[in-house]
Design a protein around this ligand. Structure first.
Ligand SMILES: *Cc1c(COP(=O)(O)O)cnc(C)c1O
Length: 367
């Protein structure tokens, strides 16, 4: 039967559109946005200056290959700029990878509480997202390998993962890679790599450098504080870079983003300050929220996942409403199969202290 109107490809209408973190708290003057893992310190002042400078020349197209930015990234991380592709956020790159490597009938694996962009990008191509169970809110290499079928083309792994904050050690990532057939693309999404302070962690650079089927995605949205301009990059084997360059938008990264990104990555003192702030307050929040009797999943990133009891009056939804009235915007994570948890980004000292105080009040304890 012929359809009476245009039909999206199979899979598209199965997509539950991504719902971004809230940014307003009605009726509250002072708001702390702790819902999207942005940095409380803002971007480097040099990045803001570079961004403003571009405002004088908006009539010119940007450099479509983002050469200067790729060189700055290459210099900062010791990578060949020819093997870097920049995108309008890593969302852009994750979608391009899906479009290049997935088609109708293929399968792409992600984990139970994995980043929601993976199933969205997968379904958009007509391929099927396959969920591998986690253990203790952490990716489980054995479960991922057990989920591989002859139809598997891509494995998406956020390391550390959002919204859990957990990571798997480099040995485990290597074991995952070793267990995959050579035609399966392993996509390591290391959006929070700059925050991780663990000796057994590796962001993915080494595996990309030494294998033919690993890609690493990174972002300027988190530690660099440039979420608004939409900027990310991937590092991959030459053949993957070639495929992505054929399908990406010719000017997929805008000129203000390029300028801000270059300045941000060169300001290592600012990045170090953000890392130090996070290290201190991540530990503090984990400890203080734990003292209130709430379980906090150990996080290697710039946010914590807080678990609430199932008891009426104490649930995540009720805590969220309570905090919202005080201007504290956290993230509900029901869409991540975590209906009774809230995710909180590490904020300023003021915000962090206010969350702990408010949670204490919420639970009816004395602060
Ligand atoms: C925030 C985040 C990103 C970054 O997305 P952008 O499109 O670069 O802003 C990517 N992956 C994960 C897991 C994230 O949490």
């Amino acid at each position: 039967m012929t359809a009476t109107r245009p039909q999206p490809r199979p899979g598209v209408l199965d997509i539950a559109a991504y719902v971004p973190g809230k940014s307003t708290a009605p009726g509250v003057d002072k708001v702390f946005k702790l819902s999207s893992n942005e940095t409380p310190l803002g971007p480097s002042p040099r990045a803001i200056a570079a961004y403003n400078e571009i405002g004088k020349r908006l009539e010119d197209y940007p450099d479509g290959s983002a050469s200067e930015l790729r060189e700055a990234i290459g210099k900062s991380f010791g990578l060949d700029p020819a093997r870097i592709v920049c995108g309008a956020g890593s969302d852009d790159l994750l979608n391009l990878l899906a479009r290049a490597y997935l088609a109708d009938g293929d399968e792409a694996i992600h984990t139970t509480h994995g980043f929601l962009v993976y199933p969205i990008a997968t379904l958009g191509t007509g391929a099927k997202p396959v969920v591998a169970a986690e253990k203790d809110f952490t990716a489980d290499v054995d479960a991922i390998l057990a989920a591989v079928t002859p139809k598997t083309k891509v494995v998406f792994l956020a390391n550390p993962n959002n919204p859990t904050g957990t990571y798997i050690a480099f040995d485990e990532v290597k074991r995952l890679h070793r267990g995959l057939p050579p035609h399966v693309l392993l996509v390591i999404d290391a959006a929070y790599a700059e925050y991780v302070r663990r000796n057994d962690y590796e962001s993915g650079i080494e595996l990309v450098a030494t294998t033919d089927n690993t890609v690493m995605c990174r972002t300027f949205s988190k530690i660099y504080g440039l979420a608004a301009v939409r900027l990310g990059w991937l590092y991959g084997p030459a053949h993957v870079v070639d495929a992505i360059n054929r399908i990406r938008g010719p000017f997929n990264v805008n000129a203000p983003a390029i300028a801000a990104g270059i300045a941000a990555i060169q300001d290592s003192a600012h990045t170090e300050m953000a890392r130090t702030h996070n290290e201190k307050w991540l530990a503090w929040l984990t400890q203080e929220i734990g003292k209130l009797g709430l379980a906090v999943t150990p996080s290697a990133a710039n946010f914590v996942l807080i678990h609430f009891p199932d008891a009426k009056g104490r649930t995540a939804a009720e805590a969220n409403a309570f905090l919202l009235k005080r201007g504290l915007i956290l993230r509900q994570v029901g869409a991540y199969k975590l209906p009774n948890a809230l995710r909180m980004s590490v904020g300023t000292e003021e915000a962090n202290r206010l969350v702990v105080k408010s949670l204490s009040e919420f639970l009816g304890k004395t602060a």
